[in-house]
Ligand binder design. Structure first.
Ligand SMILES: Nc1ncnc2c1ncn2[C@@H]1O[C@H](COP(=O)(O)OP(=O)(O)OP(=O)(O)O)[C@@H](O)[C@H]1O
Length: 264
């Protein structure tokens, strides 16, 4: 496959913070079109740093990084960012309590926080339709401050989709959700992943039970290194996960080939 055909291509990428602390070490990883990936790692393994490299908030110390066909150092980072949807808790904190759900979704079209331009009736209708398609019809007319955590995540995912990005990053989207809200959100993500014009998804989590079947490719990230990568079903074995966590674990099978991992 040609280099520009990959959505993401890390070639021996390292990231070293000032003070010589190596946060990411020799990352080699490629995402081809139509592939959805999950990144699984413990606290401090480097997941957020990896996302910050992809979105141009950090720059590789070593190696080559190509995102959406653009090689870092030869591209406009603001233009690149417009093509990447990123749903994270940091984004949630930027929303004001009085913002209406449909306006939050619409603001995704302009990559702004709040609406600062004249919008057409068609654009407003498009935002409502997208919110509805994401399972948030009951949120129309609701403000951010009265939404549950799960409803906020649905709104932010719809917002990210408004710009029709080729790549959507879901950074620990289930954080703060109770068991049932988490399942509901995962069902919505599953539906979005199965729409014909779905973006490539990149899903970051601490928990194997959130790895929906659509995330059929997986990175196990450990202490800034790729411990292993490949097909999710091949990696989620007792032997491999005990090596990954350095601890005995028990795997509890769930529906849809998902699996819960608990200390043993
Ligand atoms: N601004 C910073 N300055 C110095 N070190 C940092 C900074 N941000 C992160 N680190 C360090 O980089 C390493 C990787 O952090 P990162 O946030 O990427 O991990 P993570 O896998 O996303 O963790 P978590 O699951 O807790 O969110 C950690 O050791 C962390 O302490």
């Amino acid at each position: 496959m040609k280099e520009e055909s990959y959505l993401i291509k890390f070639e021996d990428v390292s990231f070293i913070r000032e003070g010589h602390n190596t946060i990411l070490d020799s990352i080699n990883w490629q995402v081809a079109p139509k592939e959805n990936w999950a990144i699984l790692g413990l606290n401090g393994s480097g997941k957020t740093t990896l996302l910050q490299l992809i979105t141009g908030y950090l720059w590789p110390t070593k190696g080559n990084l190509t995102v959406l066909g653009e090689r870092f150092g030869q591209t406009s980072i603001p233009d690149l960012r417009k093509q990447i949807g990123w749903v994270s808790s940091a984004l949630s904190y930027q929303m004001k309590g009085h913002f209406l759900a449909e306006d939050i979704v619409l603001s995704g079209k302009f990559a702004t926080i709040g609406i600062h331009q004249i919008v057409s009736l068609e654009e407003q209708a498009e935002a409502r339709e997208l919110l509805t398609a994401c399972g948030g019809s009951q949120l129309i007319g609701k403000t951010f401050d009265v939404m549950s955590q799960g409803q906020r995540q649905i709104t932010l995912i719809a917002r990210a989709l408004m710009a029709k990005p080729p790549l959507l990053i879901l950074d620990e989207p289930c954080n703060g959700l109770d068991l049932f809200a988490r399942e509901q959100l995962l069902e919505r993500i599953h539906s979005i992943a199965n729409t014909p014009d779905a973006p490539n998804l990149l899903f970051v989590t601490h928990y194997t039970e959130e790895l929906l079947p659509c995330f059929d490719n997986l990175i196990l990230l450990k202490e800034g290194k790729i411990f292993d990568q490949g097909k999710t079903t091949d990696l989620l074995t007792k032997t491999q996960l005990e090596r990954f966590y350095d601890k005995p674990v028990k795997l509890i099978p769930m529906a849809d080939n998902r699996v819960t991992v608990v200390p043993n």
